[in-house]
Design a protein around this ligand. Sequence first.
Ligand SMILES: C[S@@+](CC[C@H](N)C(=O)[O-])C[C@H]1O[C@@H](n2cnc3c(N)ncnc32)[C@H](O)[C@@H]1O
Length: 373
Amino acid sequence: MPRSTSYHQTGRLFRSPSGQDHLFEKSYEEELEARRGHRVECLGLKFENDDARRAYFLRKLKAGLDELHAKLGGVSYTSVYDTIARMTAIEHWPIGGERELKNLAERMRHAESSKDLLQRWKDEVGFPQGEISDILNLSDPPYYTACPNPFLLEFAKQYARPYDPSEPYHRKPFASDVTEGKGGKIYKAHTYHTKVPHEAIARYILNYTNPGDLVLDPFAGCGMTGVAAAFCGAPDEAFKSTIDKSGKDVAFGARRAILADLSPFATFLAHNMTNPRNADEFVDAPHALIDDVKNEVPSDVYGCPLASYVLWSQVFLCPEYTTELTFGEVAITEDGAISSKFSCPTCGSSITKSKCQNKHVTYFDDLLGSLVT
Ligand SMILES: C[S@@+](CC[C@H](N)C(=O)[O-])C[C@H]1O[C@@H](n2cnc3c(N)ncnc32)[C@H](O)[C@@H]1O
């Protein structure tokens, strides 16, 4: 497949993660160059450029992770009170309020006895299975950390506004049907279960929030709420026309988003979807992976040089003569439809699926050490 040569495809979609008030209209390289050359402000601190910002927060993240390992690693669980005392003594990592800490310590009591305090905690709150160096290499703090984000509170303090009952807030409930396709470039960049097209989420965000507001998605999956929050500031013409036709009075303008997920893989995807990426590298990486797999997997594993899809099919017994028939071979027509009636290839009788019995095979499973059917 030819390599993509365009760096500009995703250019206008995303807001700078450094919080600068512009959208990317440059190539990835130009964007990096611009970030290197400009002073940036982040969580109230000023930096010479974006690299300096990243280096500063990586040092803070490392200090926090080192402290967790030093104070909790290799320490056995003895009691709730000991756990609370040890976790409260941690200086560089926010632990949560008194009640959360007590609940956490009580839950940690039930973990396997071989696990130390650190592992019990890591199992609870979504740390990846990895070394400190892996976490640091993946992270771009304070915006993204490949572990629970210790800068979250500071970020919320910086960008959230406390609830003010005297501030008028009236919104009609969003009660329209929303239909969005799943064929866009952002949607197809990778798969994720229950992934929602960002245009659909943007309609809710526009209805309920104002530009600059902070949106929280604690079950963010691959981050489409974050994409939608940025998209509200750079909607395309087709989307604007959908909004116009809906007759809703909305204020376009980017919103900020806090995205969280239990899965470190999901937050990794979310980070990548909400930041500019090098389009060539993005296209090349899966091709390199496919080449590696081709080298490792024997070419005739499914009887063909490279399988794109493998269809697993149920095997039935013909009700007339109990001969075997593979459903995928007898019931799927040339145009891909499944027929309710089909013929047995051995006896020729016309049959339906409900009349067939399942074919069962019994064998000894080495791992289970027993017969399975
Ligand atoms: C329905 S999916 C969200 C998909 C998302 N709308 C998207 O577009 O990618 C729900 C997500 O919740 C996450 N999840 C489940 N239990 C969680 C928990 N206790 N805390 C945080 N995330 C959780 C799952 O890992 C999953 O990614």
